[in-house]
Write a protein that binds this ligand. Structure first.
Ligand SMILES: Cc1cc2nc3c(=O)[nH]c(=O)nc-3n(C[C@H](O)[C@H](O)[C@H](O)COP(=O)(O)OP(=O)(O)OC[C@H]3O[C@@H](n4cnc5c(N)ncnc54)[C@H](O)[C@@H]3O)c2cc1C
Length: 375
């Protein structure tokens, strides 16, 4: 029998690991972390890994070691079912894990819209380590192949797609590979890259892509992928040698005993206290949680948001153990930084515009502040 309360955290990503770190030293709580892989992936560095600017050591961190350091039990398993009435989790291995408090921080996976014909053949998620390694291998093989007219196509010109395209273009330039040998194409159906970002950020990112000779396609959406060609709604067809889809994210299904409210992207709809439905002891944070800000806009799924939610929730859990009040969550947008490759970045942080090497250093500092919790 436990005398302490038992907190179970599903997912050792940005939200889950930040929550554990923020709860360090807390009394009266036993913590179990369940993650479907043995490692945490630093997703904000994936583009650099793909382009060869960072190594596996910089993006994978061992969760067993992290948990041990934080006095947490680690279970390498996939949670598949939540019994909110009896307060237990069922894992893929059939393991049953009871809880007093539950935090769902299972993040999201890449979205592959079924409206695109043949999409299943190309549904390779950069967030999954096996696919990530394969993409890296494919790129290295492409670099050394003697073919000409090669084209690396990236569909989705949000932050992820833009950063990957720039990393690839930069590597080609460093190796002296010209456009007629290998080209990078970025396909975004909206009229600009980074839809929804500030005008300055859009302008700087587009300028960087144009300077890097990345061919941008805007205004038409992908309808079909077939025989190494991407077909767009305006009848354009784009041949490719390698293809990465970064169209958006969706959360995987995680079932409760009774139905709970979810967004169209399978996220759990949470209240200001980050609680799921009517369940006062069940919380969701990060990409898997759907929350609107005061103006009714969805809080975007970012690492920044996942970490802020984790820190607020750590305070709430501390308060709950002392019969105190839960802290309401309010997202504070601290800024956005976009890697432009070649040790340059652009962005806004704390209301100030940053460009070039200063922005790059700031982005690396933000990343180091996250990864220090694993060291
Ligand atoms: C290439 C790229 C660049 C990005 N750049 C930025 C950026 O610059 N700034 C920014 O703020 N955000 C950025 N993001 C977004 C950011 O990475 C995500 O918003 C963030 O990872 C969300 O954190 P999370 O904790 O909700 O989920 P994740 O970090 O995705 O973690 C979820 C964890 O849960 C585990 N899991 C999933 N399902 C289960 C299950 N059923 N059982 C057990 N474990 C499970 C997963 O294995 C994973 O470890 C980027 C994303 C990508 C892909």
């Amino acid at each position: 029998m436990r005398s302490n309360k038992h907190l179970v955290i599903l997912g050792g990503g940005y939200g889950g690991t930040t929550l554990i770190h923020s709860l360090k030293g807390i009394k009266g709580l036993d913590i179990t972390l369940i993650n479907q892989t043995p490692f945490h992936i630093v997703q904000t560095e994936i583009h650099r890994f793909l382009g060869g600017s960072s190594s596996e050591d910089e993006i994978y961190f061992n969760l067993e070691k992290f948990s041990k350091k934080h006095g947490v039990e680690f279970i390498y398993d996939k949670a598949i079912y939540i019994d909110e009435e009896e307060s237990y989790i069922k894992c893929k291995s059939e393991k049953i894990v009871p809880f007093d408090y539950l935090v769902i921080a299972t993040g999201s996976v890449s979205l592959f819209p079924h409206q695109i014909q043949n999409i299943n053949e190309y549904s390779k998620d950069i967030k999954i380590s096996e696919h990530l390694r394969n993409f890296q291998k494919e790129f290295e093989e492409l670099l050394s192949s003697k073919d000409t007219n090669k084209n690396i196509a990236i569909v989705g010109g949000g932050l992820t797609g833009t950063e990957i395209a720039l990393e690839y273009a930069s590597r080609l330039e460093r190796l002296g590979i010209c456009n007629s040998t290998c080209n990078v194409s970025l396909i975004e159906q909206q009229p600009t890259l980074l839809p929804g970002a500030s005008a300055e950020l859009i302008a700087q990112s587009q300028k960087a892509c144009d300077n890097a000779n990345i061919k941008r396609y805007h205004g038409a959406f992908v309808t079909k992928i077939e025989d190494k060609k991407i077909y767009l709604s305006d009848d354009t067809s784009i041949p490719f040698s390698m293809l990465i889809l970064t169209i958006g994210v969706v959360s995987e299904q995680l079932h409760f005993k009774n139905q709970v409210a979810k967004s169209t992207r399978n996220q759990f709809i949470v209240n200001q206290n980050l609680q799921v439905g009517e369940h006062e002891h069940i919380f969701a944070i990060g990409d898997v949680a759907y929350l609107e800000d005061e103006d009714g806009h969805m809080v975007l799924p970012t690492a920044q948001n996942a970490k802020q939610q984790a820190k607020t929730l750590a305070k709430s859990i501390g308060n709950l153990l002392k019969d105190g009040k839960i802290k309401a969550y309010k997202y504070k947008h601290k800024g956005t930084l976009v890697d432009l490759s070649q040790n340059l970045a652009t962005g806004d942080a704390f209301g100030i515009q940053f460009h070039g090497k200063h922005a790059y250093s700031l982005k690396r500092t933000v990343n180091a502040m996250h990864t220090r919790i694993f060291k």
